[in-house]
Design a protein around this ligand. Structure first.
Ligand SMILES: Cc1ncc(COP(=O)(O)O)c(C=O)c1O
Length: 478
């Protein structure tokens, strides 16, 4: 059995090409700033303190804020996850209400639990034929705000894992009309400020925006930024919670990576690299989009307000997502980011050059030829596919977590209250949340995933066919 560091080194030295995070694509020769041991320090003189910045870190974060157009930007060393927890805690009081898109990452649910929040869900439409969430519209937000005047914040994910962008500007205009701040989980959109394909959530007027630098830009894993631009959010409260959710030993290697990534993105070289990446990407999408047996998700199909073209979300006639994923790995030495039942996500970034795109096109042509003998059409079998059933909340998740739970065979859980979350990771979007009623649709979805070989995470004993459930005594939901 090899050791982790040995396996990582072997992967790094292999000819497998990463179409997955992080956005630096392991190109140390281009994005590294030297030996990490040589710059790995603690808060010694001259190097400031992330939790009380007055010197070089304050300057670095001020420079980042100026570049992003934010009032204030904060370096995050615990990924977007800690920024999301801090943003929720800063905006919603303990026991308060949050208007939240159902297709949010699990860190949002963790924030909801920690603050004993009552979630009011915004359920996005599905993208026809793909089985993924589309965007959230300003109209949906307004209708929910009118019904729930005690909501303290709105939280949406834009872009989604698959690149669907919501009308953030419209949502902010509506929410601000009702005096409600907007938090945008833009973990997948850190590159938006550095190209002119689509606008960043900061530019669109969101109050708090969380972006993972590591996902789509050349920065080390765990690096992210939180931007504040708001008259509604209390800065002291936000900064308090950032201290709570971030380590007291922030890595200088990670902070140096953020500083250098942002510097690079605005440098002449960075702008040139971004320009040629966008050109290659656009050409690639045009040519690959014409292939008959490969479906490449486009902005018009995705149905949101706009689309992040850096994500290559693909299907192949006759193959499910898992099969396509395995073929890319085994036959072409391409490591995708993830697969679902229906599609594969390939993540590109400004670290991918023309050689990568030309090779990828050859791979697509080869797959297209192999699939040309397959029966069926793209997307036909997925039109009624609903991976995220409408939630029926009985208990708030925080109450459900604390209740006594009893295991039940999944088949017999219809009508019971779930004591567990259930989700696939990635993308980490729940199919079922603790405290929700288990419906036939939920059971069918979970069983279908299991049958198709997906690992359902959350339930402790899912492999034994069990779900922990809660006895019904509905006194604490309201
Ligand atoms: C939509 C979304 N939000 C937030 C996160 C959390 O980001 P991080 O891994 O930087 O903590 C993820 C992680 O995959 C995500 O997909």
């Amino acid at each position: 059995m090899s050791k982790l560091y040995e396996r990582l080194t072997a992967y790094g030295n292999s000819n497998v090409y990463p179409l997955h995070m992080p956005g630096h694509k392991r190109k140390g020769e281009k994005f590294s700033f030297g030996n990490p041991f040589a710059i790995d320090i603690t808060e010694i003189d001259g190097f400031d303190n992330l939790h009380h910045p007055t010197g070089i870190l304050k300057e670095a974060m001020e420079a980042a804020a100026a570049i992003y157009g934010a009032e204030k930007s904060y370096f995050l060393v615990n990924g977007s996850s800690c920024g999301i927890l801090a943003a929720i805690s800063a905006c919603v009081s303990f026991g308060g209400k949050l208007l939240v898109a159902r297709n949010c990452h699990k860190s949002v649910y963790h924030g909801i639990i920690l603050r004993r929040i009552t979630p009011v869900y915004l359920c996005p439409d599905m993208v026809s034929g793909w089985g993924m969430s589309s965007g959230i519209s300003p109209e949906m937000v307004e209708a929910a705000l009118l019904k729930n005047p005690d909501v303290e914040a709105v939280l949406i994910t834009s872009p989604t894992y698959e690149g669907v962008i919501s009308d953030v500007k419209g949502i902010c205009e509506i929410s601000h009309k009702y005096g409600v701040p907007v938090i945008v989980d833009a973990a997948h959109g850190a590159h938006f400020s550095f190209w002119d394909i689509c606008e960043s959530a900061v530019f669109c007027g969101a109050d708090l925006v969380v972006e993972s630098l590591h996902k789509t830009l050349p920065s080390l894993t765990q690096t992210a930024v939180l931007h504040k631009n708001s008259i509604w959010v209390d800065e002291m409260r936000l900064e308090w919670y950032l201290q709570v959710y971030q380590t007291s030993s922030p890595s200088y290697v990670l902070m140096a990576s953020m500083d250098s990534c942002i510097d690079y993105a605005v440098s002449k070289q960075g702008k040139e690299d971004m320009g040629s990446y966008v050109r290659e990407l656009q050409n690639f999408r045009k040519e690959a989009g014409a292939l008959s047996h490969i479906g490449l998700l486009s902005g018009s199909e995705a149905g949101g307000f706009s689309y992040d073209i850096s994500k290559l979300v693909i299907q192949a006639v006759g193959w499910g997502g898992k099969e396509l994923y395995e073929k890319l790995r085994q036959d072409y030495q391409i490591q995708p980011e993830m697969y679902t039942e229906n599609y594969v996500v390939l993540m590109t970034s400004m670290a991918d050059n023309s050689v990568v795109f030309h090779h990828l096109f050859d791979v697509f042509v080869d797959i297209n030829n192999k699939c040309s003998g397959n029966c069926g059409k793209l997307k036909e079998k997925n039109d009624d596919f609903q991976p995220f059933p409408e939630p029926q909340v009985v208990l708030i998740p925080a109450s459900a977590i604390e209740k006594k739970k009893t295991p039940f065979p999944l088949e017999q859980c219809e009508g019971r209250i779930s004591g567990e979350f259930a989700y696939l990771y990635p993308p980490g979007i729940p199919i079922l949340v603790s405290g929700e009623r288990v419906t036939v649709q939920v059971i069918e979805t979970l069983k279908r995933y299991e049958k198709k070989g997906f690992e359902v995470l959350g339930p402790k004993n899912f492999k034994a066919g069990e779900l922990l459930t809660i006895e019904e005594e509905v006194e604490d939901f309201g």
